[in-house]
Design a protein. Structure first.
Ligand code: ADP
Ligand code: MG
Length: 254
């Protein structure tokens, strides 16, 4: 199982927020939300909602659903990097009982992050029902008995779709649907990422995004993978050729 975790006492989140404020001169909640998720481009409104969810004293459970490369995982990564009292699980490499077993070591965790929760099989999803309602974890099996109560933890999770999620699990989440980027946003986000990560001139970044769009591609991951191959002296024809070759050898199911 892949997981990373940090623990901190319960009031530390609030302390962390108030400590950050004077240093960065950020005042409103909206500004703090934008700063918290500053690695992510766009989604200003959603950033504020997630930030409010993080700060809330209540039992907030949020599921981000959407197509690949819409920054769902990046949202969880930002939370994981910036907050210390949270645990992160990649459900692709985890099982429900595995997560629960690990939580026995992180009983005071405030936020449980689960990336691609739809990868848990349906039987394993059941373990979260009680946890999300009451914080209680009860597993009674012949060789495995676990029974403890967590203090009102929140679950923030991602999923490509909701088809593979049991209805009771789905209904315990507030679901936020991220849409595939519009052509305009795809170009804006690509240009932002390529110029900031690879220091390409924005006109060249826009060209790469535009060429991919023309090929019917809107996956930011592909933009970044192609950008890694471009050299400073490549001309437009060369860049076109690299993109064509890259796409030629891609699995059509990607
Ligand atoms: N709005 C965005 N801002 C910054 N990076 C983004 C954005 N959208 C996608 N990316 C980049 O695209 C890649 C895929 O994002 P990721 O969060 O893994 O997507 P998802 O989990 O939705 O499939 C990452 O490298 C991420 O940095
Ligand atoms: Mg992801």
């Amino acid at each position: 199982m892949i997981f990373k975790s940090f623990k901190k006492d319960k009031s530390s989140l609030q302390r962390e927020q108030s400590e950050q404020q004077p240093q960065s001169n950020i005042h409103t909640l909206e500004e703090r939300a934008l700063d918290f998720f500053n690695e992510i481009y766009s989604y200003g409104d959603l950033k504020e909602i997630l930030y409010r969810g993080i700060l809330s004293e209540h039992n907030v459970n949020i599921l981000l659903v959407g197509p690949p490369a819409t920054s769902k995982s990046l949202f969880l990564q930002c939370i994981h990097e910036k907050l210390k009292d949270c645990v992160y699980y990649d459900a692709v490499n985890s099982s429900g009982p595995g997560i629960i077993q690990d939580l026995t070591n992180h009983r005071n965790t405030r936020i449980i992050l689960i990336d691609e929760i739809d990868k848990l099989n349906r039987k394993d999803q059941v373990v979260f029902y009680n946890l999300m309602e009451t914080g209680e974890i009860i597993i009674t099996k012949k060789d495995n008995k676990i029974n403890f109560t967590m203090d009102n933890p929140k679950i923030f999770a991602t999923s490509n779709g909701i088809e593979h999620l049991n209805k009771p699990l789905r209904s315990r989440f507030s679901i936020y649907r991220l849409q595939e980027y519009s052509d305009k946003d795809f170009i804006k986000i690509s240009v932002h990422l390529i110029t900031s990560k690879f220091h390409f001139p924005s006109i060249l970044s826009a060209l790469i995004a535009q060429l991919l769009l023309e090929k019917g591609e809107k996956d930011i991951r592909k933009v970044l993978n192609i950008a890694k191959l471009i050299r400073p002296d490549d001309d437009v024809n060369k860049i076109k050729k690299i993109i064509e070759t890259y796409l030629k050898y891609q699995d059509s199911h990607d």
